[in-house]
Design a protein around this ligand. Sequence first.
Ligand SMILES: Cc1ncc(COP(=O)(O)O)c(C=O)c1O
Length: 482
Amino acid sequence: MTGCAMSEWPDTDEIYRRLKALIKEPLHPIRRERMQEVLCYFDEKCTRSRALTDKAREYIPGGVQHNLAFNYPFPLAVEKAEGAYLWDVDGNRYIDFLQAGGPIVLGNNYAPVREKVIETLLSSGPVTGLFHEYELKLAELIHRFVPSVEMFRMLGSGTEAVMAAIRAARAFTGKVKVIKAGGAYHGWSDSMVYSLHIPGTRRREATGIPRGASRHTQEFYPHDLGALRRLMQRNRLRGGTAAVILEPVGPESGTRPVPRDFNRQVRQVCDEFGALLILDEVVTGFRLGMGGAQGYFGVTPDLTVFGKCITGGFPMAGGVGGRREVMMRFAAGIGGTGERAYVGGTLSANPLSCVAGVHALLEMERTNAPALAAKAGDRLTRGLEGMIDRLGLPFVAYNQGSIVHLETSGVMLLDLRNPVKLMRELKPRKHMMEEMGAAYMAQGIVTLAGSRMYTSMADTDEVIDDSRDRFETVLSTMEGAG
Ligand SMILES: Cc1ncc(COP(=O)(O)O)c(C=O)c1O
């Protein structure tokens, strides 16, 4: 458990039992009259946000650039971020549990890192295209925290880093198939937009992607080791398995939480079949502890994909690291023998991203931020569990340290093993999640899509207790709340 921040691993059997019970129940949405009040909040208190994002719709498809900003009933425009809070352009304050989708563990706009970035900006400007000492410092630091990363290559995003990892795995093994867990998210590259969110949905979201692009992508039902092994057996006659790629806490940042030993078991299966294990630590890397999820589970992947925390919330967050002989496939330079796995990127490893990464990671180590964030996650989860019990609701709260899940509609737990239920319930359950997101927002809390909360070091006991009161105000307005 090197560098681990989590107090305990959740009892996954118990969570699945409760999640199954949740999706068997009819929906318990917010009472209609209370939902009207939520919509009034947006109409009355968010007028500048509405005007700005309405105007943005003329120039930006859908009105916002970031998937997570597509909020119901309309997106909010943010003006200021500090510590545990965000302020919108109408001056409303929110407790920020979105944390930009995960990269921020020190709290918003953390001054010691910002100051280092400004110093570097003043001396070298944002980018030169030549080597900067901070690239070395970052690679060394990552190696210190995550020893399986013998070498590191910085890229522009988690998506790019996944693409690179897969390319290197194929180049190194000479094999072709890549297997992921159904429902997992590994970015939006052509080959990885496959069975997103809901296992078994394969190319449902692959609009604009030719079939051939995901021909060698395969999925197994989450945590079904037998199914994974059978796929790899079949692949022996079909080009072999280059890699298995996993979100180490389970698909969608642990929305389908992984049994404690699963990563280690997959490591063994990969060894048996000569496939590489790629751990996608875009969310877990440094959030679960300075050693990442691999430190916690005691598993050594061949390659690790990083994103988000690797630049502490600053732009161009992506990188891949791992075994020296695999990583050498990326050796940089112009031209070559055709043997290398090609990667590039004008702004990859720019000095600002690297300096931000180094100082964010050092500050996280110094302040013990992952453990403090996890403690806040525990406190929030215990509070949510208590109110769910008191109110007699079938909802499910659980956390993996600073990743907190609050399932009220259970939409992410539907799957294609029951296609009729999926078709019938997908839309209403999804809409309930949107309403939940809006209701939390109207109570001064920003969540990720109404069902996930990332906590940070800035979430003191006072902040968490304040948020618990706000959550209770919302949950007590649900149909069926006692
Ligand atoms: C597990 C995981 N992998 C990859 C990605 C893609 O990273 P990026 O958004 O930086 O492209 C994400 C993004 O949320 C992620 O959660």
